[in-house]
Design a protein around this ligand. Structure first.
Ligand code: NAP
Length: 249
């Protein structure tokens, strides 16, 4: 009988942007726990170093690369590091993201641009650089982190439009790169307990929980598990899709 499990993840090389904390860190731990080789990356050098050291001391095969994904030279350095060490990139998780929330009528062009720059342009740059390596080996996997609020959310016109853009980007990559053995999918988290949500007022959190079928906020590992699934052979015939991880919001 055929085996059904995540064993293929062992020794896969995975680059995770914004993995010094939050969902990215949990995803790094998840992959590493299955024996993957992981590139931890963060803009903040201290956070990057700390998370890398934590995983290393747990016996994981990881390297840390400080990179701002909006800078082409940083992205080139980020993708070259696993090539130099392990000779390939099997999976890219475009997780880094920011919010600059305010109502549309108050939003400044700078707030609009910054969010688009990190989420859309940063993801584009990372895909571009990683695919250059992936296509040579005719295999690869890209997971982009979108969001439930791509459907629209008060105070987040910059963020929701950027997260919606990732769906179009992902579906186009799936169409263009499928014949090269490269898959591309999105994960769209709902309301997850991280730094990004820790300033949401208590009353709003309680109201939101009422709208979630499972009546709780998600944990970073809830998202990490979905990312793992989409990057493993367990999802080998899935591409161009968006997997919702929102507890039934
Ligand atoms: P988080 O704890 O704030 O983590 C975001 C990470 O992205 C941090 O490591 C941050 O680096 C990094 N980052 C930001 N800008 C960057 C840049 N220009 N270059 C490189 N790294 C950069 O938030 P999170 O909740 O884990 O978010 C992870 C992803 O999930 C984001 O794309 C977010 O939009 C998405 N998401 C989150 C939720 C939620 O409810 N939390 C829901 C839906 C989607 P620093 O440490 O240097 O700041």
């Amino acid at each position: 009988m055929e085996k059904y499990n995540f064993e293929d993840i062992k020794d896969r090389v995975v680059v995770i942007t914004g993995s010094g904390r939050g969902i990215g860190k949990s995803t790094a731990e998840c992959f590493a726990s299955y024996g993957a080789k992981v590139v931890i990356s963060d803009m903040d050098a201290d956070v990057c170093e700390q998370t890398t050291a934590e995983l290393k001391s747990a016996g994981c095969d990881v390297i840390g690369v400080v990179a701002n994904i909006t800078k082409e030279e940083d992205v080139a350095k980020l993708m070259k590091a696993p090539i130099d060490k392990w000779g390939k990139i099997d999976c890219l998780v475009n997780n880094a993201g920011i919010t600059k929330d305010t109502l549309f009528i108050r939003m400044k062009l700078e707030q609009w641009r910054l969010v688009q720059e990190v989420i859309v342009t940063g993801t584009y740059l990372c895909c571009k650089e990683a695919v250059n390596y992936m296509r040579k080996l005719r295999t690869g996997n890209i997971i982009n982190i979108s969001s439930f609020v791509r459907n629209g959310n008060v105070g987040q016109v910059n963020y929701s439009s950027a997260k919606a853009a990732l769906i179009g980007l992902t579906r186009t990559l799936a169409k263009e790169l499928g014949s090269m053995g490269i898959r591309a999918n999105c994960v769209a988290p709902g309301f997850i307990e991280t730094r990004m949500t820790d300033t949401v007022p208590e009353k709003m959190v309680e109201d939101l929980k009422k709208m979630i079928s499972l009546k709780r906020m998600g944990l970073p590992k809830d998202v990490a598990n979905a990312i793992l699934f989409l990057s493993s052979d367990m999802s080998s015939y899935i591409t161009g899709e968006t997997l919702e991880v929102n507890g039934g919001l």
